[in-house]
Write a protein of this length. Structure first.
Length: 331
């Protein structure tokens, strides 16, 4: 009984300590946080870290996949960022402090980490000692390892031109990017080794994402019962996380999960067609698409014609655009 009582007191002390720490953190965040025009600003040791679904002006660096922007430093107190996954965290902004738990680390930017309890868009996720561990989005939590790659290393995420899934306990290729030059994979390939290592899907996904764009890597796959060695140069990842992952990004536009255009790159193929943010994609070659998974499945089958017909909708009006199907993303 004495031991149980001691354990109970110890746990109660830890709980109170965490609560007190988060109360202190709430006060610290108030000094280093602001909300402006739908964007959340957190002043860190690297400068202002901004989460926004809309473009932010005068940024030093940006990562559209995460909705993050980096602005110059200020004289305000600075929040530290720590790359660690604690169970007990709190969603903190100027208005509120909400105790929470980080349930998992996610599956790269294909499936972001999740909180146990709902929190609001743009909330900073803080751990002990008031260290920033992530930013909450509607699609999940952008954890600190991805934030630090953006804010500290200023490197883009890499892609092997495929998306994976687990089938019967095995990692297999679920979809292939048809615009990825010299893509050596085939749908259904079982991934055995990556650069000589046998990895879990979570580790494999992160290893690819955090590789250097343009670097060469080797896979060993099982294809129709035979072992095949695959060599590939990684290229920049253009979709995923808070954005849709359609493969169509190579043409110069990006979509949200509802397949509405959120940005159009100037001087790109689609940039010259008059497309606007808010235009929504509804079909490709007369085949209806409702999400990015529909598009990846369709494009993975290959485009037999020289042009693709995309049907879009703007304020209730529909119109077609035609894109060449043989565009390739090269180094």
């Amino acid at each position: 009984m004495l031991r149980l009582a001691s354990l109970y007191l110890f746990l109660a002390f830890i709980t109170l300590a965490y609560a007190a720490d988060f109360n202190h953190c709430h006060q610290e965040v108030k000094k280093s946080y602001k909300f402006s025009q739908g964007s959340h600003y957190y002043h860190t040791t690297y400068g202002w870290l901004v989460h926004s679904k809309k473009p932010v002006k005068d940024f030093a660096f940006s990562e559209p996949l995460l909705g993050l922007y980096l602005l110059k430093k200020d004289k305000l107190p600075k929040l530290k960022i720590l790359n660690r996954y604690p169970n007990d965290v709190a969603s903190i902004s100027f208005e509120a402090k909400l105790p929470n738990r980080l349930l998992n680390e996610g599956l790269g930017i294909d499936r972001l980490a999740r909180l146990k309890y709902k929190s609001f868009e743009g909330a900073g996720i803080f751990g002990a000692c008031c260290t920033l561990r992530g930013i909450n989005t509607l699609e999940g939590v952008v954890t600190s390892d991805y934030i630090l790659r953006f804010i500290r290393d200023k490197k883009r995420f890499a892609s092997a031109g495929v998306r994976f899934k687990i089938m019967n306990g095995k990692i297999v290729v679920a979809a292939i990017n048809p615009f990825f030059a010299s893509n050596p994979f085939k749908v259904g390939d079982e991934i055995l080794y990556f650069d000589g290592y046998k990895l879990s899907l979570e580790t494999l996904t992160k290893r690819i994402l955090f590789s250097t764009v343009g670097s060469k890597h080797f896979f060993r796959v099982k294809r129709k019962g035979k072992m095949v060695k695959v060599a590939i140069f990684f290229k920049e990842r253009l979709g995923g996380a808070i954005l849709a992952d359609t493969y169509l990004e190579h043409y110069g536009f990006q979509f949200n999960p509802n397949l509405e255009i959120v940005s159009v790159r100037k001087n790109s193929i689609v940039g010259k067609l008059g497309l606007l943010p808010g235009d929504r994609l509804t079909s490709i070659n007369n085949i209806s698409v409702k999400n990015d998974e529909d598009i990846r499945a369709l494009l993975s089958q290959g485009i037999q014609k020289e042009t693709m017909r995309l049907l879009l909708e703007r304020k209730g009006l529909q119109f077609n655009i035609y894109l060449p199907s043989n565009i390739m993303l090269t180094l």
